[in-house]
Design a binder for this molecule. Structure first.
Ligand code: ADP
Ligand code: ZN
Length: 630
C-alpha cells in the first residue's frame, strides 16, 4: 500500500480515494503544483491534508493552509485533532499568549498543518517565521483554499489574496496547491495569473452532484404551506436551508415555520452580528435545524449533512442556483434541491434587470443568464443534463466507454416523473393579441391580473371602468383555466416574448405592466410553438416519509438498528457539546449508520467502518460499543 493510502485508511478511516483525489494527492506529494477545480462536497480538503501528513512523515515539515474563513478554520482544525493530526490555526480569535504558543510550536516543528487567514500570512512577522522554516527545509507545502477569492470578478473577492503570489516569489521550491469550487473560465484564468500558477497541473472534476435530486415546482397560492408540506413529508427532523429574496421574507418564513413546529432560525445581513453568529453556530452544531436565509448565508458552510436546500424565490442565474443548491448533501447521502417559482418571480427578475441603471451591454448579459435559468425551470427534460451543459459538461460522457452522453440522470423530477406537456400556442397567441388590443384601444399597458381577466372574459370593476368588455379579445380564452394561462404567460416571459415595464404612479405606488417585444412576433404569427408542462396535482419525485421517519442516513436500517442509530446520535451530540465542535466532526451520520448496522460486540467489529480512523477507534470505540449494547 502507498503511504498516501495508508494515511487515508488509518487517519481518516476511508477505504478509497474519490474521483481524482488520488492523482492530485500523488502529484502534490511528489512536489508538483496543482490547481484543483472540484464541486462543493467533492472532497477538496483531503487533497492537501493527505500530502501534508505524508510529507511531514518524510521530514519535509509543515503545510501552510491559507483559508479565508475563521469559523471554518476552527472546525477543520478540530476535525484534524479528532483524527489525531497535529494542526493549529492563527487568526484574530486568538489572544496574544495563544498566538505565541502556536508560533512556538510551529518553530519547534510540532505541527503538520497550520491554518491562517490571508491577511495574517502577508504580515512581516509571519513572513519572518516562514523564512526561518524555509531556511531549515521545514516548509513542506502551501495550500490555498477558496482560491477564487483572488478573482476580482467574483462575489467573494479578497484583496489580500492578490498578495499571496509573494509566497511563490519567496519560496519558489515549495509546492503549492490551490483549490476552488468555482469553475468558470474567467475565474480560472484569474487564479492562474493572480497566484502565478502557470506551471501548475490542472485537475478538473466533473461538477455533477449525483446524490442531489433537482426539483422545480410551480409556486402555489400559499408557498409557505407548500414548504411546510415538503419539510413535514420528506424531511422531518432534517437540517436544511431555505433561501428567500428579502430580509422581511426571511423573518416571516422563519416565524411561520416555527409556528408549524419546525426548528427554524432566520439569517440575513440586517440582523446583529452576534445573533447571526449564534444562529450559524446552532445550525452547525445542533441536529435538524432549518436555516431560513438570504444569500448572505452559505459561503464556507461545510456542514456535510444538509439534507435539503429550498428556494422560495428564484435566484438571478444558474451560477447562484448551483452554488446554493450545492450546499446540500456534501456527505454523499441523498439530498433535495427543491425550488418553487411562479409568474411573479419571472416578472420581478425581468423588471429588476430592465429597471436598473446598468449599461445596456451589461443588462444583455444579465438577461441571458436569467433566460437560462428560466429555461431550466420550464424544462420538461432532464434538469441535470441542462445544468451541466450550462457549465460546459456533457452529462455521462466520461462515464461511458464509447464517449457518448447518456440521455438522462434518473434523479431529477423530470426523469423520475416525466411531465405531460400540452400545446399552449393558441393560448399564447390569445394572450399576446390581448396585450396588443388593450394597448391599441387605450394607449395603456396593464398587469398580469387584469390581462388574464380580459382573456378569460371576467366581468370586473376594472374591466368596466376601461370598457374592456368591448374588446374583440374579451373572453377569447374562456376555455383555459387561470392556472393554465398563468403558465403560458410565464413561459412567454421566459422566452422573452413578453416584456415587463414598471409604471410609477403618484407617491410610492407602482406596478408592473406587460408589453409586447420583438420576440412576440413569431409567436403571434404562429411560427413558434409554445409547449408547457401540464400542471400536476401531485409534486413529482416524492419520497413520502412518515412524520416520525428516520433520517435519510438510517432509512435502510432495520428497526433495531434504527434504535441504535438514534442512541448513537444522542451520544454523539453530547461528545460534540463537550468538545465544542459540530457533531459531524466526531462522526458523520453515514458512519453512525454503518456502526448501527454492524451492531458491534467488540472493538474488533468496528474495523473497516468508513470514517473510523485509528485515533477515533481508540478514543470512542468502547463508548460506541457500549451504546450499541444498551
Ligand atoms: P469540499 O471542500 O470539496 O466541499 P470536503 O473536503 O469538505 O469537500 O469533503 C466533503 C465530505 O466528503 C467530507 O465530509 C469528507 O470527510 C468526505 N470525504 C472526502 N473524501 C472522501 C473519501 N475519499 N472517502 C469518503 N469520504 C470522503
Ligand atoms: Zn434527470
Amino acid at each position: 500500500m502507498s503511504p498516501a493510502h495508508t494515511v487515508l485508511h488509518t487517519v481518516f478511516g476511508y477505504e478509497h480515494f474519490r474521483g481524482p483525489q488520488q492523482a492530485i494527492v500523488e502529484h502534490v506529494t511528489d512536489g508538483g503544483d496543482a490547481l484543483v477545480l472540484m464541486p462543493t462536497g467533492g472532497g477538496k480538503s483531503l487533497c492537501y491534508q493527505v500530502p501534508a501528513i505524508v510529507r511531514r512523515q518524510a521530514g519535509c515539515g509543515v503545510t501552510l493552509v491559507v483559508s479565508p474563513l475563521i469559523a471554518l478554520m476552527h472546525d477543520q482544525v478540530g476535525a484534524l485533532l479528532e483524527a489525531g493530526v497535529e494542526a493549529a490555526f492563527l487568526n484574530s480569535t486568538l489572544d496574544w499568549p495563544q498566538t505565541r504558543e502556536v508560533e512556538q510550536r510551529l518553530a519547534r516543528g510540532e505541527l503538520t498543518l497550520l491554518y491562517a487567514a490571508p491577511e495574517r500570512v502577508t504580515t512581516e512577522r509571519f513572513i519572518a517565521l516562514l523564512d526561518d522554516l524555509h531556511a531549515r527545509g521545514q516548509l513542506s507545502l502551501i495550500a490555498i483554499d477558496e482560491a477564487h477569492c483572488v478573482s476580482q470578478w467574483g462575489h467573494d473577492f479578497r484583496p489580500e489574496y492578490r498578495q499571496l503570489s509573494l509566497l511563490h516569489e519567496r519560496y519558489p521550491d515549495v509546492p503549492r496547491i490551490a483549490l476552488t469550487a468555482t469553475a468558470d473560465e474567467l475565474t480560472r484564468a484569474d487564479i492562474v495569473a493572480g497566484l502565478q500558477l502557470q506551471e501548475a497541473r490542472l485537475f478538473v472534476s466533473s461538477f455533477d452532484r449525483p446524490n442531489i435530486r433537482y426539483r422545480i415546482e410551480e409556486k402555489k397560492k400559499e408557498p409557505l404551506a407548500q414548504l411546510v408540506r415538503f419539510i413535514e413529508h420528506e424531511h422531518p427532523g432534517d437540517a436544511g436551508i431555505v433561501y428567500c429574496q428579502s430580509r422581511k421574507r426571511v423573518e416571516e418564513m422563519a416565524a411561520a415555520l416555527q409556528d408549524a413546529g419546525i426548528q427554524a432560525l432566520p439569517y440575513h445581513a440586517g440582523m446583529g452580528a452576534e445573533v447571526r453568529q449564534q444562529h450559524q453556530d446552532r445550525f452547525l452544531r445542533e441536529d435538524g435545524i432549518v436555516m431560513v436565509a438570504t444569500i448572505a448565508f452559505g459561503m464556507g458552510i461545510d456542514k456535510p449533512d444538509v439534507r435539503f436546500v429550498a428556494h422560495l424565490d428564484m435566484p438571478k442565474n444558474i451560477e447562484g442556483y448551483y452554488q446554493e443548491t450545492g450546499r446540500a448533501g456534501r456527505d454523499g447521502l441523498p439530498a433535495d434541491a427543491w425550488m418553487v417559482y411562479g409568474l411573479q418571480d419571472v416578472v420581478n427578475q425581468r423588471r429588476m434587470i430592465e429597471g436598473g441603471d446598468a449599461a445596456e451591454e451589461f443588462k444583455a448579459v444579465l438577461r441571458g443568464k436569467l433566460d437560462a435559468l428560466l429555461a431550466l425551470a420550464e424544462a420538461t427534460d432532464c434538469r441535470r443534463v441542462r445544468l451541466l451543459r450550462y457549465f460546459g459538461e456533457e452529462y455521462g460522457r466520461s462515464a461511458r466507454a464509447d464517449g457518448g452522453a447518456c440521455a438522462t440522470c434518473g434523479n431529477c423530477d423530470n426523469c423520475l416523473q416525466p411531465p405531460a406537456v400540452w400545446d399552449g400556442t393558441d393560448a399564447a397567441r390569445k394572450l399576446l393579441s390581448a396585450i396588443y388590443r388593450v394597448h391599441q384601444a387605450s394607449g395603456l399597458s396593464f398587469g398580469a391580473g387584469h390581462l388574464l381577466d380580459i382573456v378569460r372574459g371576467k366581468d370586473t370593476d376594472k374591466v368596466r371602468q376601461y370598457g374592456h368588455e368591448r374588446l374583440s379579445t374579451f373572453g377569447v380564452g374562456r376555455e383555459y383555466s387561470d392556472r393554465q394561462l398563468r403558465g403560458v404567460l410565464r413561459q412567454l416571459l421566459a422566452l422573452g416574448a413578453v416584456g415587463v415595464q414598471r409604471v410609477q404612479l403618484e407617491g410610492s405606488y407602482s406596478f408592473d405592466t406587460l408589453t409586447l417585444t420583438e420576440g412576440s412576433r413569431p409567436v403571434l404569427r404562429g411560427e413558434q410553438q409554445v409547449l408547457l408542462r401540464e400542471a400536476t396535482a401531485q409534486a413529482a419525485g416524492r419520497r413520502t416519509r412518515r412524520a416520525a421517519a428516520p433520517p435519510v442516513a438510517a432509512a435502510n436500517l432495520d428497526q433495531d438498528a434504527q434504535v441504535r442509530f438514534i442512541n448513537l446520535r444522542a451520544w454523539r451530540a453530547e461528545v460534540a457539546r463537550e468538545h465544542n465542535l459540530p457533531a459531524y466532526v466526531i462522526f458523520h451520520d453515514a458512519t453512525l449508520a454503518a456502526i448501527a448496522e454492524r451492531n458491534p460486540a467488540s472493538l474488533q467489529d468496528l474495523q473497516g467502518i468508513n470514517g473510523m480512523g485509528a485515533k477515533k477507534l481508540e478514543a470512542y470505540g468502547e463508548d460506541v460499543v457500549r451504546v450499541c449494547r444498551q
